[in-house]
Design a protein around this ligand. Structure first.
Ligand code: KIV
Ligand code: ZN
Length: 546
C-alpha cells in the first residue's frame, strides 16, 4: 500500500531566488492558482520580511488560492516570524516555515555574536530555533523548521537540533542540502540518521530540500524518500538559487513511473505539469531547455528513423510514460535529416497523401534534400514538397516536357541561370543575374538597390527587355523557424492584364527572383499566344489581348 507524500512547491520563494527570475504579484497569484490545479500540497509563497511585494504575494495567495496550504518563510528572528505570521492572516490553511543555519561553515561566517566557542554558538542556535518555533505556533499550528546547510552539518548536532525542534512543536522538519553537496547515498544516510535520532519519528514529517549544484537534486530527493522522507521540496522547471532546486515534474514522474521503487504516491494532476512549466517560464523569462526531462519540447519527440519506426509501431519501445499524462502532445514525430521512410510516409498519410510505393524512393530523396537545407521539416514544407512533386508527376504522365515548361506547356521565355547577391553593412546590395532566353541567348546584368530584392528585380528587368509594371509583391513564411520556407507572390501588369508568379524557397531572395521570373514567363507566354483569349493560371481565369 502506498503512503501519501507532501509535495511542497517553492517556485515562488526559492525558485524566485534564481538570479533574474523575479515575478510580479499578479504573476505569482496566477502561478499559485496553476499549482493548485496541479494539486500540490503546499505552496511556499514568499519571504515576507524581505520586501512589501513578498508580503503582498503571500497575503494574496493565502486568501485567494484554494486547495494547497500557503506557507511563508522566516528566519528565526522575532520580526521575521511576525511578518510571516501577519502576511498569512487572511488564509485558512497556512504554514510558517522558519530556518537557521547549522553547518560549522555557516555558523563561523554568520554568527559572531552568538558565543565564543562552537559549542556555545550551537547551543544558542538551538535556543533561537526553539523560540522561533514557539512564536510561529502562535500564528498557526502548522510549523516547519529547516536546518540550513544540513547537508554539511555535523551529524550529532543535526540530530540534536532536529530533536529540539520536534519537541518545540515543529510539525515538519526539513533537511536541506542547501549547497547541493550531497551524493544520493550520503543524503539518504543523513535522513536515516535524523529519523533514527527522533524519539517519536511518526510525530513529525521529515522533508527533503535539495539543490542542484552537482546535478543531483532529483536523485538526492528520491534517495531521501526511500530513506523515509514524507515531504519533498521542489520547484517547477527546477528553478532556484545558482543551479536551482530539485524539479517538481521530475520527482513526481519518477515517483509515478517507478512506483515499484517507492512506497509513496503523489496526488498530483500530472496533465498540468507542462502547462505549469510553460507559465513559470513565461513569468520568469527563463526558457525551458528543449531536452528538459518531462516538460522540455523534445521530451517526447523522435527524430531518428529507428526510433520513429519503433514508436509508430509500439509507443512504449522508446517512451516510458505517455506525453498526454504530463500535458504534452502525443506522438511527436519530428522530421529532419535523421528521419526514416516510416516517419515520413506516416506523416504524409496523416496529411491525406496516398503515395504509391513506386514514388516512395523519389519522394524520400526530395525530403532528404529539403531536410539537409532545414533543421526541421514541418507539415507546410511537406505540403509544398508534395505540390511540387505532384506537378512534375502530371507532366511526366501526360508526356509534357518536364524541363521547366511554361504555363501553357511552352518552353519558358526566361530561365534564371545564375544569381549572386552581395550584402555588406556599408554599401547597397550588389546583384548579378544571368538569364537564358528561349532563343538560346544569354544576358548577364548587374544592379544595385536599396534592398536585395529591389536590386535583383532591377537586374532581371534589364535582362528580360519585357515591358511590364510590378504591381504587387508579397512574402510570407510558410513553415516555422528561422530556416522556414518563404513563399513569394508577385503581380506584374502588362496593358490591362495582370500576371501572377509564385515561388518558394528557404532563401527568400532566391524565392523572390524565381517568383518574378515566373510572372514574366506567364506574361511572355500570353503575348506569344496572343490569339488565345484566356488561360487559367493558379486556378484564376486571366483574360488578355493586345
Ligand atoms: O536551501 C535552503 O537551505 C533553503 C532554506 C531556506 C530552506 O532554501
Ligand atoms: Zn533552498
Amino acid at each position: 500500500m502506498s503512503n501519501s507524500i507532501t509535495i511542497f512547491d517553492t517556485t515562488l520563494r526559492d525558485g524566485e531566488q534564481a538570479p533574474g527570475a523575479s515575478m510580479t504579484v499578479p504573476e505569482k497569484v496566477r502561478i499559485a492558482k496553476k499549482l493548485a490545479d496541479l494539486n500540490v500540497d503546499v505552496i511556499e509563497a514568499g519571504f515576507p520580511i524581505s520586501s512589501p511585494t513578498q508580503t503582498a504575494a503571500v497575503a494574496r495567495i493565502a486568501s485567494e488560492v484554494d486547495g494547497p496550504v500557503t506557507c511563508a518563510l522566516a528566519r528565526t528572528k522575532e520580526d521575521d516570524i511576525d511578518a510571516a505570521g501577519e502576511a498569512l492572516e487572511g488564509g485558512t490553511d497556512t504554514r510558517l516555515h522558519t530556518f537557521i543555519a547549522t553547518s560549522d561553515i555557516h555558523i563561523e561566517a554568520k554568527f559572531d555574536t552568538l558565543g565564543d566557542t562552537m559549542a556555545e554558538k550551537r547551543q544558542a542556535i538551538i535556543e533561537r530555533a526553539v523560540r522561533a518555533i514557539e512564536q510561529a505556533l502562535t500564528y498557526t499550528n502548522d510549523v516547519e523548521f529547516s536546518a540550513e546547510d544540513a547537508g554539511r552539518t555535523d551529524r550529532g548536532f543535526l540530530r540534536e537540533i532536529v530533536q529540539a525542534a520536534a519537541e518545540a512543536g515543529a510539525t515538519t522538519i526539513n533537511i536541506p542540502d542547501t549547497t547541493g553537496y550531497c551524493a544520493p547515498s550520503g543524503y539518504a544516510d543523513l535522513l536515516a540518521s535524523v529519523i533514527d535520532g527522533l524519539p517519536a519519528p511518526d510525530a513529525v514529517t521529515l522533508s527533503t530540500h535539495c539543490h542542484d549544484d552537482l546535478g543531483l537534486a532529483t536523485a538526492n530527493t528520491l534517495a531521501g524518500v526511500r530513506a523515509g522522507a514524507r515531504q519533498v521540496e521542489c520547484t517547477i522547471n527546477g528553478i532556484g538559487e545558482r543551479a536551482g532546486n530539485a524539479a517538481l515534474e521530475e520527482i513526481v514522474m519518477a515517483l509515478t513511473v517507478r512506483a515499484d521503487q517507492f512506497d509513496v504516491k503523489p496526488a498530483i494532476h500530472t496533465e498540468y505539469l507542462t502547462p505549469t512549466s510553460q507559465l513559470v517560464s513565461a513569468a520568469t523569462g527563463f526558457p525551458v531547455q528543449p531536452n528538459k526531462a518531462i516538460v522540455g519540447d523534445n521530451a517526447f519527440s523522435h527524430e531518428a528513423g529507428i526510433h520513429q519506426h519503433g514508436v509508430l509501431k509500439e509507443r512504449t519501445t522508446y517512451e516510458i510514460m505517455s506525453a498526454e499524462d504530463v500535458g504534452q502532445e502525443a506522438e511527436q514525430i519530428r522530421l529532419g535529416r535523421h528521419s526514416g521512410r516510416h516517419g515520413l510516409f506516416n506523416r504524409l498519410e496523416a496529411l491525406g497523401y496516398e503515395v504509391p510505393a513506386s514514388h516512395h524512393g523519389e519522394i524520400y530523396q526530395r525530403f532528404l534534400d529539403l531536410a539537409d537545407r532545414k533543421k526541421e521539416v514541418f507539415e507546410e514544407d511537406l505540403e509544398q514538397m508534395m505540390e511540387d512533386f505532384g506537378a512534375e508527376a502530371v507532366k511526366a504522365s501526360t508526356g509534357l516536357p518536364d524541363d521547366g515548361a511554361g504555363p501553357n506547356g511552352d518552353a519558358p521565355a526566361y530561365r534564371l541561370d545564375h544569381l549572386s547577391v552581395q550584402i555588406t553593412t556599408d554599401e547597397d546590395p550588389q546583384v548579378s543575374v544571368r538569364i537564358q532566353r528561349d532563343d538560346g541567348s544569354v544576358r548577364e546584368e548587374n544592379a544595385t538597390g536599396e534592398g536585395p530584392v529591389e536590386a535583383v528585380y532591377r537586374a532581371i528587368d534589364h535582362a528580360v527587355d519585357q515591358p511590364h509594371t510590378l504591381v504587387d509583391f508579397a512574402l510570407q513564411a510558410i513553415s516555422e523557424g528561422a530556416d522556414a520556407q518563404g513563399e513569394v507572390e508577385v503581380h506584374v501588369r502588362y496593358g490591362e492584364n495582370e500576371f501572377v508568379g509564385h515561388a518558394r524557397d528557404t532563401d527568400v531572395v532566391r524565392a523572390s527572383a524565381d517568383a518574378y521570373v515566373d510572372a514574366l514567363n506567364r506574361l511572355a507566354a500570353a503575348r506569344a499566344n496572343a490569339e488565345s483569349v484566356e488561360f487559367v493560371q493558379n486556378g484564376i481565369m486571366h483574360a488578355y489581348g493586345e
